[in-house]
Design a protein around this ligand. Structure first.
Ligand code: HEM
Length: 491
């Protein structure tokens, strides 16, 4: 009986799909769409093949193409003019179905929310990333950078697997700046388990994203992966809840100030959480909302920067002349001092290196929206309920905008070169752009500044480039190894 109903529903779905031919997006090119759409293209695929297929489609079908899966139409774009129309739209700000896997963890925090909730949260959270507030976070970023340097110096001249090394640093940095918790110092069971849980959470979500049969909640909830996921989710939520409640208690006892004291009288630096608790005291957000935002910062603020730094260090190791120029700039601007936020702002060449890294390897290679209001894209009407995917990776490698697009040339971001405003969008653009971009740039500069003035970086194989896949962020399928050779004198 059960299977007959399922079969009947599938058949009805197919018939409905055929009847609905004449959808405005069906005029656009794309892989063949008989009855079930392009589904056959993807069966038996894997993340690597999928990544390659998307690049192939962009070249073969041109600026706009449509992939149809049963009744879903997904419009794919990678032309700056189209990207501008989509990302600057004030109403079409809802995320697509693909993001829903994150909801049990992040709730409808800033990344996933839409409509009035998103507007109100964005207003509350924007001041958290203001220049004057970011200044408070520089000591934490500097401390995490020097801890990394100390660890690498103790290891001596040695090759390191970059991603796990850097991912620890960015996790420690965001945990302390967002929640005020020092995961690298605090060896309590709860902290150790939280760190492991955050890393495992990423792995399990990737497993779900990349195995299409796990996309269905009914099937997913009956797998061993779900049991594990559920256990980890509980750990992540209860750790965040405890930190939030403890911090709230301290604020009530000590009053709101930039530095609070914990139970044993140790000074605690201001964290993003303090600003959220401030908003809570004014009735702008409740504790459940704070939990959503803290979890969102932990997710958005750690993997993205770790990925960018990993690719950045790989490219620096492979380009000795660029590395030397970075080192000279640090010597000239910062010397042997601890860099201030102003110093970091003046490292223009290092900034160009980071920008060029994010052009070639955007941590978020595509973003996707569900269309809630019909809109025109040139002469094409994009109707409500269709989905749009903006391929940041592809627009960043368009040869007419970036000659020799696969070559690493930080100079592209110097000398005031002008290009279309939406031709470079690693942090997205428009109303839903990345709220943490200034924080991310500061963190990446701080870490690269300390590493480059203390080490010469050497590649394992000159000119080697990893194969890529896209899951929660852009990833290399291979481990990336770089040798860190201590410079004789520290700057
Ligand atoms: C290299 C580092 C980073 C990159 C490349 C990056 C990129 C992006 C992109 C492309 C989006 C838009 C996502 C979408 O529309 O689906 C986004 C949104 C967001 N990012 Fe980042 N991000 C980075 C670091 C950070 C950091 C460090 C934080 C927090 C501390 C952060 C917090 C957020 C949040 C909360 C959103 C949602 C904003 C909204 O919808 O209003 N990101 N980021």
């Amino acid at each position: 009986m059960f299977w007959s109903i399922i079969l009947a529903l599938v058949l009805l779905g197919l018939i409905w799909t055929v009847i609905r031919e004449g959808h405005p997006l069906d005029k656009l090119p794309g892989p063949k769409r008989p009855v079930v759409g392009s589904i056959l293209e993807f069966i038996g695929s894997n993340p690597r093949k999928l990544f390659e297929l998307q690049r192939k489609f962009a070249k073969f079908y041109g600026d706009r193409y449509v992939v149809r899966i049963l009744k879903r139409r997904i419009l794919h774009v990678h032309n700056p003019n189209d990207i501008e129309v989509i990302l600057s739209h004030s109403k079409n700000i809802s995320k697509s179905l693909a993001y829903s896997f994150l909801e049990p963890w992040l709730g409808t925090g800033l990344l996933l929310s839409t409509g009035r909730k998103w507007h109100s949260r964005r207003k509350i959270l924007t001041p958290t990333f203001h220049f004057n507030i970011l200044k408070n976070f520089t000591p934490v970023l500097e401390e995490k950078s020097t801890n990394l340097v100390r660890y690498l110096r103790q290891a001596g001249r040695r090759e390191h697997d970059l991603f796990p090394l850097i991912s620890d640093v960015t996790l420690y940095a965001i945990c302390e700046t967002a929640m005020g918790t020092q995961l690298d110092q605090d060896k309590s069971t709860a902290s150790v388990e939280y760190k492991q849980a955050i890393l495992q959470m990423g792995t399990l979500l990737v497993e779900r994203v990349t195995k299409f049969w796990l996309h269905n909640d009914f099937i997913f909830q009956r797998t061993a992966i779900f049991q594990k996921y559920d256990k980890i989710l509980n750990k992540v939520h209860s750790f965040a809840d405890e930190v939030i409640l403890e911090r709230k208690k301290q604020r009530t006892q000590n009053g709101a100030c930039d530095e609070t004291e914990d139970a044993v009288g140790k000074k605690k630096r201001m964290a993003m959480l303090d600003l959220l608790l401030e908003a809570e005291s004014k009735g702008e957000i409740d504790l459940a909302g704070i939990r959503e935002e803290v979890n969102t910062f932990m997710f958005e603020g750690h993997d993205t920067t770790a990925t960018a730094l990993t690719f950045g260090l790989m490219l620096l190791a492979d380009h000795e002349e660029v590395q030397e120029r970075v080192r000279e700039e640090i010597e000239r601007v910062v010397g042997s001092r601890v860099p201030t936020m102003t110093d970091l702002g003046e490292l223009k060449y290092l900034e160009a290196v980071i920008k060029e890294t994010l052009r070639l390897y955007p941590s978020v290679p595509f973003i996707a929206r569900t269309i809630t209001e019909d809109f025109m894209l040139g002469d094409i009407m994009v109707p409500k309920n269709s989905e749009v995917a903006v391929h940041i990776y592809d627009v960043h490698r368009r040869p007419e905008i970036y000659p020799e697009p696969d070559v690493f040339k930080p100079e592209r971001f110097l000398n005031g070169t002008t290009r279309h405003n939406y031709a470079y969008v690693p942090f997205s653009a428009g109303p839903r752009n990345c709220i943490g971009q200034r924080f991310a740039m500061l963190e990446m500069k701080s870490i690269l500044c300390e590493v480059c003035r203390n080490f010469k970086l050497l590649p394992r194989t000159k000119g080697w480039r990893p194969a890529l896949v896209s899951d929660l962020v852009l990833r290399s399928t291979d481990h990336i190894y770089v040798t860190f050779e201590p410079r004789t004198s520290e700057l």
